[in-house]
Design a protein around this ligand. Sequence first.
Ligand SMILES: [Zn+2]
Ligand SMILES: [Zn+2]
Length: 171
Amino acid sequence: MKIDITSILKNNGGTIEISMKENLEDLKTDLGAITFVSPVEFIGSVTNFNGMLILKGDAKVDYSTVCDRCGEKIEKSLAVKINEDIVEESRLMDSEEDQKDDRFTFSGNVLELDRILVDCLVTNLPMSHICSEDCQGLCSSCGARLTSDGCDCGNSVQTDPRFDVLKGFFD
Ligand SMILES: [Zn+2]
Ligand SMILES: [Zn+2]
């Protein structure tokens, strides 16, 4: 997604409203169990602030992953508030050369939104996912999903401590 910023480049305080919905190729990177399943939606604006661009708005995407406890497939949606400064590449001071990779930049009259949106979304992904707060995980005997009553196979949620002693024996 490229935004033509010609109209605000020479106009301090000028704003362009952005409303987009697009599949972003970069989101197909390897993120473990996470797969993005919807286009990225972004509604916001980009403003020229003394030659720097300020990108503000809300980005949203749906993704599917698996529950950390029971492995069940779950779909979640991620919404991120975006408020980023974007500097013109040639304006980065020499002293900032080493931070170049940490800063969003633009050059010419085109602003590439993709990398900014992808970066913001990926860094805001939760570290862990569970299908529900009270997910009990899987039964250690039969592998079925546990409910609060344990499992059909007869294994109760609380394992008998006497068996634990035996377990160590046979290992
Ligand atoms: Zn679960
Ligand atoms: Zn079981």
